[in-house]
Design a protein around this ligand. Sequence first.
Ligand SMILES: NC(=O)c1ccc[n+]([C@@H]2O[C@H](COP(=O)([O-])OP(=O)(O)OC[C@H]3O[C@@H](n4cnc5c(N)ncnc54)[C@H](O)[C@@H]3O)[C@@H](O)[C@H]2O)c1
Length: 253
Amino acid sequence: MNASKDRPLRDRVAVVTGGCGGIGQAICERLRKEGAEVYAADLVRQTHPDVKYLEHDVTCEQSAIDLMQHMQSHHDRIDILVNAAGIEIEKTIEETTLDEWNRIFAINVTGTFLTSKYALALMRKTGGSIINFGSYDGFIADPRLSAYCATKGAVHALTRAMACDHGPEKIRVNAICPGFIDTPMLKGFFGEGSDSERYYEAAREVHPIRRYGTPEDVANLVFWLAGDEAGYATGQLWVLDGGLTAQVQQMRL
Ligand SMILES: NC(=O)c1ccc[n+]([C@@H]2O[C@H](COP(=O)([O-])OP(=O)(O)OC[C@H]3O[C@@H](n4cnc5c(N)ncnc54)[C@H](O)[C@@H]3O)[C@@H](O)[C@H]2O)c1
């Protein structure tokens, strides 16, 4: 496959679910800048002019089939699939309704399953890279995020299983597990109200690196995982959290 130094993803075809979200947009723009033909597959349309938009509901099997038919007729292959669509629900399990539980699993887990399932036939033609979105919350828990934590743990396990099954077909599968990335999802987590700015600042200070991540930080890792230089990387959970989960909180008396 052709790749030049200045545009290493030239001639690659990429699909990014949740490609119109905070992290997804940065990924789409970075992959585009590196030369790929990029499709943002999302419920909402909010894309860079150089990124193509395809309406896609990751919870719907027919939507996945339609998306792949479009990709087949236009390119006959996919080289990079990023499963970034996701939602968060801030509740304990007692407060979570069954409908809410099913909905977050439908988007975060079933969505990753369905889009990947139907992309594989187009990916094994040339080999490729699937990048799922886990979270540091798949390893350790934040209060009141039970269902979210459970979905991210499931994505981590699914990532490893997919990597085992599809490695022999030259399809690498990894998950990025971000910490606090400054997007609308993070702002939602801190809420509105007088205390939210204080929480926002306090949470920043517990990071060894003393800042939140940016969508561009995440896009840098996606770019590497998508490209040939990550050719030996598969089945791994790449934590990107400014050192947050590397430390125990110190009590200095
Ligand atoms: N922002 C963070 O701090 C953070 C931390 C850890 C993990 N993550 C994960 O990163 C991914 C991206 O998060 P983000 O911060 O960009 O969130 P975001 O809310 O900004 O974007 C999520 C995108 O997913 C799309 N989406 C939701 N339901 C969909 C559906 N049914 N079909 C298709 N698209 C759908 C939304 O329209 C939106 O564009 C998510 O999987 C999230 O769980 C984010």
